[in-house]
Ligand binder design. Structure first.
Ligand SMILES: Nc1nc2c(ncn2[C@@H]2O[C@H](COP(=O)(O)OP(=O)(O)OP(=O)(O)O)[C@@H](O)[C@H]2O)c(=O)[nH]1
Ligand SMILES: [Mg+2]
Length: 475
């Protein structure tokens, strides 16, 4: 088989698998005129060899198979390049959304592709890889990389807030922040490099041009972008919260309270939960996966032991661990349960742990006040739940940003942090003395390069491959 080329026309079913009211098959290629003519040959004949589809107009037409039988009736849309999603010619067929109909249409298009190839040997058509339409949009400068990623993030968004921020990134809000930083870096670099050509002036350069002041300004702006990017990353990836504790302390009850429905079985029998149960919830638009686990205790029961092993496996992947305890026990002994030591031992370093004193409705006398690392609540009655939600958001570092902000990925945070580091090194060189001007210039260049990775100007091909392969087919 010949290697996949970016010059091949590509085709895919663009709508989700399964049944739906409408299903879309999409084709993109440098020149699809032959394919469009072949598909609507009957219509072209009747209209005296006129091209069958007007650009960007919806045509209601029969889609015919090779024998001239109707596969479906639907809408055909033709977007000649470069005014299309991919920047190439794009053909979209919108038919009825059944898996069989769409497969028939897809097969028909592939067969027509071969027919066109016999007439125009340069033409080749194949099935699209995941994300390949968007990859072409990127390669044809329709979108930069941060925008292309935002397309996938919009599709994958699990809360309305995440979707809104993805949409803003897709419009270029994040990219513009990066461009603004890059432009300032370029200005400063030009100044430095001009000075490097006149070494006798180096000494005065830093002072005269206020290079350090400018650098500080760029660094401050970068901090703001980084802070927003962190919020964007949180909305994209969410937070994994794992509930652990001895049997019967109310972990499953707390999961149900957070989820607002009966997800997990609750009984007074210790050892009720055997397997982990994950439930997606949201708090103020931040997606959170809550994982209920088997209660931790010594046991001879094989099933329960396997469950407990899974509890520890979940703890390993947690962003936050909620350590549940029985409030009565704690109120009586005035100390948190001694399981903490073992838990602390097994916690991956740096994972925040929050003690949750559950069943506070059963304590006699006053309920102790919740603090930053200890929340007193009643999962059963819902008392104190607001404290827990607020605390989880605080641990996540969530700051409601209103309508501003943008979606971001870990990759972007890494690039921003790398840029910040290079700016710091640049400052160190400049502060030492003017002889370090070349090193200063080099760090500015590296900072710029790190930022450009976000928008894709300096992104290696294999990374692009990884990014686009995570898209869905047909996008
Ligand atoms: N009064 C009171 N009872 C509670 C509260 N939370 C849970 N319970 C009760 O405690 C018992 C155990 O609750 P679960 O949620 O099943 O406890 P668990 O920690 O999931 O237990 P395992 O799955 O066995 O590890 C049930 O009878 C619950 O109704 C609470 O806040 N107040
Ligand atoms: Mg349970």
């Amino acid at each position: 088989m010949a290697a996949m080329s970016t010059r091949d026309a590509i085709v895919a079913i663009a709508t989700a698998p399964g049944r739906g009211a409408v299903g879309i098959v999409r084709v993109s290629g440098e020149d699809l005129k032959g394919l469009v003519r072949a598909l609507f040959a009957a219509r072209a004949e009747s209209a005296a060899s006129e091209f069958p589809l007007r650009p960007r107009h919806a045509h209601y037409l029969p889609f015919l198979d090779a024998a001239g039988e109707v596969i479906d009736h639907g809408l055909a849309l033709y977007f000649p390049g470069p005014h299309s999603y991919t920047g190439e010619d794009v053909l979209e067929l919108q038919g009825h959304g059944g898996p069989v109909v769409l497969k028939l249409l897809l097969d028909r298009l592939m067969a027509l592709g071969e027919q066109v190839q016999r007439e125009q040997p340069a033409f080749r058509m194949r099935l699209a890889r995941p994300g390949e339409f968007t990859e072409r949009a990127f390669l044809n400068d329709k979108l930069d990389l941060a925008q292309a990623e935002a397309v996938a993030d919009l599709i994958d968004a699990s809360t309305a807030q995440a979707a809104r921020l993805a949409s803003r990134s897709m419009e270029g809000v994040f990219s513009r922040e990066i461009h603004a930083l890059v432009e300032q870096l370029i200005d400063l670099r030009m100044l430095v490099e001009a000075t490097l050509d006149f070494p006798e002036e180096e000494i005065d350069f830093l002072k005269a041009s206020n290079a350090l002041g400018r650098l500080a300004g760029i660094a401050a702006q970068l901090e703001k972008v980084l802070a927003q990017a962190k919020q964007g990353r949180l909305l994209r990836d969410g937070l994994k919260v794992v509930l652990v504790g001895e049997p019967n302390v109310g972990k499953s009850s707390l999961l149900n309270a957070l989820a607002g429905e009966d997800v997990a079985i609750v009984t007074p029998i210790a050892g009720t939960t055997r397997d982990r149960i994950a439930q997606a919830i949201q708090i103020e638009g931040v997606p959170i996966t809550v994982v209920d686990t088997a209660g931790l205790r010594e046991t001879q029961d094989e099933v329960e032991r396997l469950g407990i092993a899974r509890t520890w496996a979940e703890v390993d992947k947690a962003d936050v661990v909620l350590h549940l305890q029985d409030a009565r026990e704690a109120a009586r002994t005035h100390q948190t349960a001694n399981l903490s030591a073992e838990l602390l031992d097994k916690l991956p370093p740096g994972v925040p742990r929050l003690v949750v004193m559950n069943k506070r409705d059963l304590i006699e006398g006053a309920v102790p006040a919740s603090s930053d690392d200890e929340i007193w609540l009643s999962a059963k009655r819902g008392e104190g739940m607001a404290d827990l939600r607020a605390r989880l958001l605080a641990i996540a570092g969530w700051q409601p940003a209103g309508e501003s902000g943008f979606i971001a990925r870990e990759r972007h945070l890494m690039a921003l942090r790398a840029a910040r580091e290079h700016l710091g090194l640049a400052r160190d060189h400049a502060e030492q003395d003017a002889e370090h001007l070349e090193l200063f210039a080099e760090e500015l260049r590296l900072a710029q390069q790190a930022l450009s990775e976000i928008t894709g100007e300096f992104t290696p091909d294999d990374l692009l491959g990884v990014i686009f392969s995570r898209f869905c087919i047909g996008k």
